[in-house]
Design a protein around this ligand. Structure first.
Ligand code: GDP
Length: 308
């Protein structure tokens, strides 16, 4: 009994368990781990440091089969700080500077299609994870179970260069659709009682250092068009299952709870990220890069800092 009590006392005493978290979500290869490493170590991150996160990710992938049956599969988490006014850079060591700051957890989630339910569960607030696999290599890493933490924001990382050739678009948009629909349902579920705090989404159009990458405005419009296509396909499924094809989609919704599964403004022809505001979900698309020459990651950092 004593060890159990001790465990609970320690868990209750850890200051980290109440830190807010920001989720890094997105398809594999988009640059989530690279971004986590940059924010944790600054631009001078060594190859070895990035390799540690890579190794962790590879271990997760190797364990995919295990992860599918065991819910303990957990993403890498690092603890970061922003100054109280949100104006600090990820390069600043706020602890050393002694300035007032707020801490938060940046949580990398696996992009592999079979592991996405972990990210989606966190977004909906029904964590499938038991404890986060935390890298304990620096003082800025924490040792808490980040799954208890409140999600403040979602950063959906996309590979803007991969989106240019079109093949990656359906997969990327398909995942984004799931993320946005999860957030939308979460807001809907709070109706009647107190509405849950809204969770904003940053679509980080990464790899803008590559000349083949699409600019952020095109990443935005391509994703919106594809999300609209996915929505149409899904609603056709609804129409096929009972409601006449000549009836409009709004009528189909009236017949059941299909509107719950409709992303954005119900019955609208075209999808746009602005429609998510109806559910109090802010979506921004901002370009940047982790590696190479380009706009860098500062605007993403500022976006996060303003929401912590
Ligand atoms: P994850 O699967 O989303 O975590 O993606 P990773 O962080 O493992 O990155 C996938 C690959 O993209 C790696 O080879 C990174 O070095 C590379 N990468 C990440 N960010 C950038 C970037 O801004 N520009 C370029 N050119 N490559 C990047």
């Amino acid at each position: 009994l004593v060890p159990i009590l001790l465990h609970f006392i320690l868990v209750a005493a850890t200051p980290y368990s109440t830190l807010p978290s920001v989720l890094l979500v997105g398809p594999s290869g988009a640059g989530k781990t690279a971004l986590l490493t940059l924010f944790e170590r600054g631009p001078l991150a060594t190859h070895t440091q990035q390799q540690q996160h890579k190794d962790e990710k590879q271990r997760q992938l190797n364990n995919t089969a295990v992860a599918l049956t065991h819910t303990s599969q957990a993403p890498a988490t690092v603890e970061l700080s922003v100054s109280d006014d949100g104006a600090s850079s990820f390069r600043d060591d706020l602890d050393a500077a002694g300035s007032a700051h707020k801490k938060f957890l940046l949580v990398d989630t696996p992009g592999h299609a079979k592991l996405r339910r972990h990210a989606l569960a966190r977004i909906q607030g029904t964590t499938a994870t038991t404890a986060a696999a935390v890298t304990t290599t620096t003082s800025s890493s924490s040792s808490d179970s980040s799954s208890k933490s409140k999600v403040k924001a979602v950063v959906f990382v996309v590979d803007a260069a991969a989106l240019a050739d079109g093949d990656a678009l359906p997969e990327t948009a398909g995942y984004l659709y799931e993320v946005l629909l999860s957030l939308q349902k979460r807001m809907g579920a709070g109706k009647g009682s107190r509405a849950p705090a809204s969770v904003p989404v940053l679509v980080a159009a990464n790899k803008l250092d590559l000349f083949t990458a699409l600019p952020a405005a095109l990443v935005r419009s391509n994703l919106e068009a594809e999300l609209g296509r996915i929505r149409r396909t899904r609603s056709r499924g609804l129409l096929d299952s009972g409601v006449g094809a000549d009836e409009d989609v709004a009528a189909a919704g009236a017949a059941g709870d299909e509107s719950d599964n409709w992303l954005g403004e119900y019955g609208s022809d075209k999808f746009s990220f602005k429609q998510m505001l109806e559910f109090d979900i802010e979506v921004d698309v901002v370009g940047g890069n982790v590696i190479g020459e380009g706009p860098g990651a500062d605007r993403w950092w500022r976006w996060i800092a303003e929401r912590i």
